[in-house]
Design a protein around this ligand. Structure first.
Ligand SMILES: C[S@@+](CC[C@H](N)C(=O)[O-])C[C@H]1O[C@@H](n2cnc3c(N)ncnc32)[C@H](O)[C@@H]1O
Length: 242
């Protein structure tokens, strides 16, 4: 299936660069990482009837997902109305809708049996993160699987060795923020993303210990698949119930 390519400005909002090639290659690559994480709980994309891509942007993950899960109904939402509008127009088989910065989502209770979120919880402050975990619990069916990417300890260690490509980056400041919090959660507001996104949207890291303790208020944290090098870790969770 050939994948439609969004306008450069929409690509830039999800990858930081307007390059179409990286966008087109990135979706399947991240879907491979999600598939490996799913294997850790004995599942494949073929096991799910209703899949939701939370924070879909202009569909980097959603577009190639249609080929990996042809049996599933696919829904996707994002705060970026222009990106969601482009996705709805170019992938009419996807139920693509805008959502607000905070819950609720425009979906019924128990709607989904698999949720994907690539690089969304890597940007939320703690109060937004908690509110969205609560809301994802509402829209997932008992037994649903959630795969949420995070900047975990692998990314954190890499950050120490070498600043991220962006010169706006300050690992020292980010490090201080984490140390100050002492709880395994850091949200760094000096990254410049506020030029493109709402004020709450910045760069976030989690330790595995923090996730296991705090996110288990809403879900069973089944596993945390470490990323390679600076790549995101993937938190694998189950909605309690059967
Ligand atoms: C780094 S991009 C990743 C987009 C997409 N998941 C991908 O991998 O291409 C982060 C996305 O999160 C979206 N986002 C930020 N806050 C959100 C919120 N409260 N609800 C839903 N999406 C949100 C942004 O608009 C942006 O599209």
């Amino acid at each position: 299936m050939s994948v439609p390519v969004p306008p450069a400005e929409l690509i830039r909002r999800v990858t930081g660069s307007p390059e179409a090639d990286a966008f087109v290659r990135g979706g399947p690559w991240h879907l491979d990482a999600f598939a490996r994480a799913l294997e850790r709980v004995g599942k494949t994309y073929g096991d799910f009837a209703s899949i939701y891509d939370f924070g879909c942007g202009c569909g980097r993950i959603t577009l190639p997902l249609r080929e990996r899960a042809p049996q599933a109904r696919i829904a996707a939402s994002d705060i970026d109305e222009e990106a969601v509008g482009w996705l709805a127009e170019n992938a009419p088989d996807v139920d693509a809708r805008p959502n607000g910065g905070l819950p609720p989502l425009p979906y019924e209770d128990d709607s989904f049996d698999l949720v994907l979120a690539w690089s969304v919880f890597t940007h939320l402050p703690e109060d937004y993160q908690d509110a969205w975990l609560q809301e994802l619990r509402r829209v997932t069916a008992p037994g649903a699987v959630l795969l949420l990417s995070v900047h975990g300890e692998t990314n954190w260690r890499w950050t120490w060795r070498e600043p991220l490509a962006s010169r706006r980056w300050s690992p020292t400041r980010a490090r201080l923020a984490l140390l100050r919090r002492h709880r395994g959660f850091a949200h760094w507001r000096g990254d410049g993303w506020d030029a493109l996104f709402p004020d709450y949207y910045h760069t976030t890291w989690h330790t595995h210990g923090y996730i296991r303790e705090r996110w288990s208020r809403w879900f069973e944290v089944a596993d945390i698949a470490p990323g390679e090098g600076p790549e995101h870790d993937i938190v694998v969770m189950r909605r309690p119930g059967s």
